[in-house]
Design a protein around this ligand. Sequence first.
Ligand SMILES: Cc1ncc(C[n+]2csc(CCOP(=O)(O)OP(=O)(O)O)c2C)c(N)n1
Ligand SMILES: [Mg+2]
Length: 321
Amino acid sequence: MALDRQTQIDLYTTMLTIRRFEERVAAEFYAGHIFGFIHSYIGQEAIAAGVCGHLTKDDRIVSHHRGHGHCLAKGADMKRMMAEILGKKTGYCKGKGGSMHIADFSIGMLGADGIVGAGLPIATGAALAARLEGSGNLAAVFFGDGACQEGEFHEALNLAAIWKLPLLFVCENNHYGVNTPASYSLAAGEITRMPEAYHIPNKAIHGNDVEAVYEAAGEAVALLRRGEGPYFLECKTYRWHKHYLSDALDDLRPREELESWTKRCPVGSYQARLLREQVLTREECAGIDEQILARVEEAYRYGLESPYPEPEEALEDVYSG
Ligand SMILES: Cc1ncc(C[n+]2csc(CCOP(=O)(O)OP(=O)(O)O)c2C)c(N)n1
Ligand SMILES: [Mg+2]
């Protein structure tokens, strides 16, 4: 499939935005400026960019604990994200949620989740809502290989299948849950055997190739919009950082494995392709990077200069009504 130049530039820009944002977050975390848990999305950028590239703001997505990339790809405000990660009052949850709780209903981002697999039933509900609204919109849920071991995963597949819900399952198979290999922990072996068992059309693709993700997601989204959903996309990928950023946590994955995947960097390999195919010049690439770095800097400054919430606000927004 030949993509038009603007789509190619958009995909590249989204991936690079996620990369630069995550690099800055990691640098500030290790400098002691960010507290709490940060699960970095570096290495998996092509999946968020390729899938969200087909979604409108009225389509709803649900993310997982590694969620910054999905927020950015869906159009979240980088300043409010950074403020939330820094625990500041101007953040998406007024600084009380942190990295794993960024949501923005106005752009169809229903939230990230610290509980593995918990996004799947929420997204099933969002897909049912889209059906009941008769809007032609859809829901997409991002989850890891580890979530495929959870009961909620099977419940979501089953309900989505019997009700033919407009739900796109996007499994980000980075081959590990913390340090446990999926090859050990998934009895089914190939992940796509599970949607197969529920008669859900599915495909496994190279999740570091943004155009492959964009093409497969495009076919899936078209099927969903025709009311023929659900669809299951398995994107094979690899995370570059430890499970979460930490000096204390061990990374037990083989070094050679990590090195072989970093050679297939989703951002670097796409930049090389766009240069080779003369879609962008080196100067244009540098210009895009400069603009993104300036946005990230502005977002970090905004977060840094924002106040922390007051202690008396601790119980505000905790209960509804
Ligand atoms: C229900 C539940 N079990 C265990 C955990 C602890 N935990 C957090 S992330 C994680 C691994 C998840 O692996 P995967 O779904 O493959 O996502 P990845 O971290 O690889 O992106 C585990 C076990 C949790 N948060 N929730
Ligand atoms: Mg995983």
